[in-house]
Design a protein around this ligand. Structure first.
Ligand SMILES: Nc1ncnc2c1ncn2[C@@H]1O[C@H](COP(=O)(O)OP(=O)(O)OP(=O)(O)O)[C@@H](O)[C@H]1O
Ligand SMILES: [Mg+2]
Length: 829
């Protein structure tokens, strides 16, 4: 729970920072995943397509749509052993367009170990409203849920149910009965294991008001397809027929259980020779139990074949609770802090990159699943299958302990501990395990931590996560933790200052402070932390300067932001020059409070941005103080010309940029994917040639910007990769630039608060790929062009705050209704 809240807070924080930065209501726009070429061995994420199961899907859908069922709501259990594909099938059904059309409301809840009725209600409500309900009493939750489903034909999936408590089910049903006739609930459960574990009647028979669907293994063809995908390059069957025959024999032993097939397939995929396959089949596979319902020995085989560094990393994952989403970078950070990631022979690769490779290797070998990627194709989150998690726990043994409300004794061997939901004893009760190296607090946020006691009892800590713990200060005894490599204090909003003793932590590699909104300064002697690699300080709005000497930390790979001190210099304050030698910086960098005058030109140059080859995102905020008229508008003399970023920069965000033209270096950024220009109030023109990679262009509150002036070199047709475009608060936008019509790849278009915009052009129909179109606050628009009717890809159209237009778009009767009636999702407000 604590982790979930943290994750949500993290996201909210990020959204909030964005909002503050851009003063903009940004709707999530989906950007196509363009996979980035990487040079490691697993350069792509295995796509999880459902193989086979078409008949199962049809059968389940038929059962769900059966109109002969008398009751309002009925429950269909999908039953089968672990790893058989129940969740996958339920997802397959859930995402089917027939289901989409048939039900008014769809909800998905992962129940797992937690069978607390209140919790389930909260999760169902959350899924229905897409919002986390505030901590509410049972009665309020029930009332809200009843209201939400009242009279609606809904479809609910309760995934992974273990509990068969009759009374709890009755309570659930009582509330869920309120849907309209035809509402359906699908429950996935392992059944036999439930029966064994809790010695009650099987879940299925208690709740099964409809016959249950008993899932079988994949058939021979589907099993082979899945195996091929994992074991052979690009899923291609090899020409060597004896290898094929061997593969088929091995697949047979997996009895159609997809988890077994993919794990064994991936394992064999890492072995190329026939001899290795034969050895595996005869000497390893043949020795394990052939009891299909017990997959652990099969999965263990795959573990046994891991190189030892990956074994440790995998076992370490058992610190986290089941069913959690692993934040990839967080996990890699933990591995590094524990010394589980070995530096590579190749000096140019940092530990983080090696860690990423470990992670991809484990993902590839099916130890992780459901990978979610960012727009660079990098995995940001993933899950671990329940049974894999069981395996991680079993191989970790007493080295790792996860503590919850159940009694459990630690022994001297325990090195890594996480406190999960339910753990409420004082830390002192863990003192026997004094050699603990990792402490993760994943329990209730209300759990009070006595930091002094923690620091004095566990001197061997390498990783300490105290994020989101409502700390007011950090005791100076933290300086005793000589082995500490990673300290996470993020989201402690009351901490104003860190103790100076922190700079005694010579091994510290990561200091994570994001969201410490009250933090006034960083430790003045920060330069003593010679091993510091990551300093995360986004959302630390109280910081007004960077300490002098920061530039000596030349191992720094992450410095999320750099605040330029304004006003008189004082002796502890480091200027922009501190950035000069920090050439290992990677990822994102934000520099805020930049000055304007000519005198800062040298400082800008001294930043030496172009040597920072690993940066992929740069945000520059100019200070909004200062007199606009003082600015030198002869562009080539402008100080910011010295800011040349590295040529492979992917994202560039400029805020309050004070020039009339963009710096010339912008046009050399031929790899740029995102360009946001916000509050660039004096900016007049925007030559776009060369920016052929740009996928996302946001122009926000640029008051002088005239876009329709095609003569000015606005070569919109050069934007051959454009997917998302936003014009917001552009008072000089009278018509859309005509050359924009050539940007036919466009998928999302937002035009908001452009009061002077007179018309949407007829050529809009050229946007054959447009899926999402929003017009908001453009009151001069009086009609829609005929071309709207030809936007066949359009999935969603939003028109808000455009009174005349909205009248014309009135359902059935409005003059423009026919032009938009074909759009599946219309929001006219
Ligand atoms: N038809 C399929 N095609 C491809 N992969 C599949 C298929 N079915 C399942 N898988 C993969 O096999 C693994 C196990 O599937 P899933 O999680 O759906 O099993 P389950 O029956 O829900 O297990 P549990 O009882 O532990 O919840 C997952 O990694 C999933 O991606
Ligand atoms: Mg499941």
């Amino acid at each position: 729970m604590a982790r979930e809240i943290k994750a949500i807070r993290k996201k909210l924080d990020a959204i909030n920072t964005d909002r503050q930065n851009f003063h903009l209501e940004v709707r999530q726009v989906e950007v196509r995943v363009g996979s980035r070429e990487r040079d490691n061995t697993h350069s792509f994420v295995p796509a999880e397509v459902v193989i086979g199961r078409k008949d199962d899907k049809k059968a389940v859908i038929d059962l769900l749509m059966d109109s002969n069922v008398e009751e309002n709501v009925s429950i269909l259990p999908i039953v089968g052993i672990g790893g058989l594909g129940k969740t996958t099938l339920a997802q397959f059904v859930f995402n089917d367009h027939q289901i989409q059309k048939h039900f008014e409301l769809k909800m998905w809840v992962c129940v797992s170990d937690m069978f607390d009725v209140k919790n389930i209600f909260a999760k169902v409500l959350e899924s229905a409203t897409k919002e986390k309900p505030a901590d509410a009493e049972m009665d309020t939750l029930v009332a809200k849920l009843r209201e939400k489903i009242q009279g609606k034909k809904y479809f609910l999936v309760l995934d992974d149910v273990w509990n068969g408590d009759h009374r709890k089910w009755c309570r659930l049903k009582e509330v869920l009965m309120g849907g309209a006739r035809g509402s359906r609930i699908v429950v996935t459960t392992r059944n036999e294991i439930v029966a064994k574990t809790i010695r009650q009647e099987s879940v299925a028979s208690i709740i099964g008001t409809v016959e249950s669907y008993s899932l079988k293994g994949l058939d021979e063809d589907a099993s082979w397809s899945l195996f091929k995908q994992k074991a052979f390059k690009r899923g291609q069957e090899p020409e060597n027929i004896s290898m094929v025959a061997l593969g088929k024999e091995i697949v047979k032993k997996c009895s159609g259980v997809p988890l077994a097939i993919s794990t064994i397939g991936s394992l064999l995929g890492s072995k190329n020779s026939e001899a290795e396959w034969v050895y595996f089949k005869n000497n390893e596979l043949s020795k394990i139990s052939q009891n299909v319902s017990d997959l652990l020995p099969t999965l263990k085989l795959s573990y046994d074949h891991l190189p030892s560094h990956l074994k440790h990393c995998f076992a370490y994952c058992s610190l986290f609770p089941k069913d959690c989403w692993f934040d990839t970078s967080n996990l890699i950070r933990l591995w590094i802090a524990q010394g589980l990631v070995k530096s590579s022979d190749d000096q140019s690769r940092c530990l983080k990159e090696v860690g990423e490779e470990y992670f991809m290797d484990l993902l590839w070998r099916s130890f992780f699943q459901e990978a979610r990627t960012d727009e660079f194709g990098d995995v940001i989150e993933c899950k671990m299958h329940d049974l894999m998690h069981d395996l991680a726990i079993s191989v970790a043994g007493s080295l790792i302990a996860t503590l919850d409300d159940k009694e459990r004794n630690l022994d001297g061997k325990t090195r890594h501990v996480s406190l999960l939901v339910g753990y409420d004893k004082p830390i002192s009760s863990l003192c026997e395990a004094s050699r603990i190296r990792t402490f993760l607090f994943l329990n209730d946020l209300m759990y009070k931590i006595d930091c002094d006691e923690l620091f004095s009892s566990f001197k061997f800590l390498r990783m300490l996560d105290l994020s989101c713990r409502d700390l007011d200060y950090v005791p100076s005894s933290i300086g005793e933790l000589k082995h500490l490599r990673c300290l996470d204090l993020s989201l402690n909003e009351n901490i104003k200052k860190l103790p100076d003793s922190i700079t005694r932590l010579q091994n510290l590699q990561e200091l994570i402070l994001w969201g410490c909104a009250s933090l006034k300064e960083l430790p003045r002697d920060i330069k003593k932390l010679v091993n510091l690699r990551h300093l995360e300080i986004l959302g630390c709005g109280g910081l007004t300067y960077m300490p002098r000497g920061l530039g000596k930390l030349n191992n720094l790979e992450t410095l999320t932001n750099f605040v330029v001190h304004s006003g008189s210099h004082f002796k502890h304050c480091g200027g922009l020059r501190e950035l000069n030698g920090l050439n290992k910086l990677s990822g994102s960098l934000m520099i805020s409070n930049l000055g304007h005058g000519k005198d800062v030109a040298l400082e800008y140059k001294a930043v030496n941005l172009k040597e920072k080859q690993h940066l992929h995102s740069l945000t520059l905020f100019w200070s909004i103080q200062g007199d606009v008229n003082d600015w030198d508008v002869v562009d080539d003399k402008m100080p910011w010309e010295g800011f040349q970023p590295p040529p492979n920069l992917k994202h560039l965000y400029l805020h309050h940029y004070p020039g009339s033209r963009l710096p010339s270096w912008v046009f050399s950024l031929t790899n740029l994917v995102k360009l946001w220009l916000c509050d660039c109030r004096t900016l007049k023109s925007l030559p776009l040639q060369h920016l052929t990679s740009v996928q996302e262009l946001f122009l926000v509150r640029c008051l002088e910007l005239e876009l329709a002036n095609d003569k000015d070199g606005m070569q919109w047709q050069g934007l051959t990769s454009l997917l998302s475009l936003c014009f917001s608060g552009l008072p000089k936008l009278v018509s859309l630039p005509s050359r924009l019509q050539h940007a036919t790849t466009l998928q999302n278009l937002r035009i908001t608060n452009c009061e002077s915009l007179k018309a949407i052009p007829e050529w809009i129909h050229n946007f054959k790929s447009l899926q999402d179109f929003e017009i908001d606050g453009c009151s001069s628009l009086t009609s829609l062009p005929e071309g709207m009717g030809r936007l066949t890809s359009l999935k969603r159209l939003t028109i808000k705050n455009c009174p005349i237009l909205l009248r014309r778009c009135k359902r059935d009767t409005g003059d423009d209704w026919a032009k938009i009636a074909h759009v599946p999702e219309l929001e006219l407000l």
